[in-house]
Design a protein. Structure first.
Length: 88
């Protein structure tokens, strides 16, 4: 029998949680792992939730890419404050 992995703390960056909660309830239920997240050794950070509307169908908009980049930097800084300089 496999043992379940221990759950990690979940941290929301910026408006990610509010953005997710604006989606229809059935979409929120299905998203689970489909948001932009980063996993550190001690915690999971949700960086961004958005509806992709790219005309090309595959490329993420530059403004969303920049927001994700900025929030990743903020998540790394927060992680160091909360958990020290442990291996991410």
């Amino acid at each position: 029998m496999k043992r379940a992995l221990p759950e990690k703390p979940l941290h929301w960056v910026g408006s990610a949680k509010d953005d997710l909660l604006e989606f229809p309830p059935e979409v929120v239920d299905d998203l689970g792992y489909a948001v932009y997240t980063v996993r550190f050794s001690e915690a999971v950070y949700v960086l961004h939730c958005f509806q992709k509307k790219s005309p090309s169908g595959i490329r993420t908009a530059r403004k969303d890419q920049q927001r994700i980049h900025d929030r990743l930097k903020a998540a790394r800084e927060d992680y160091e404050v909360r958990y020290g300089r442990k291996k991410a």
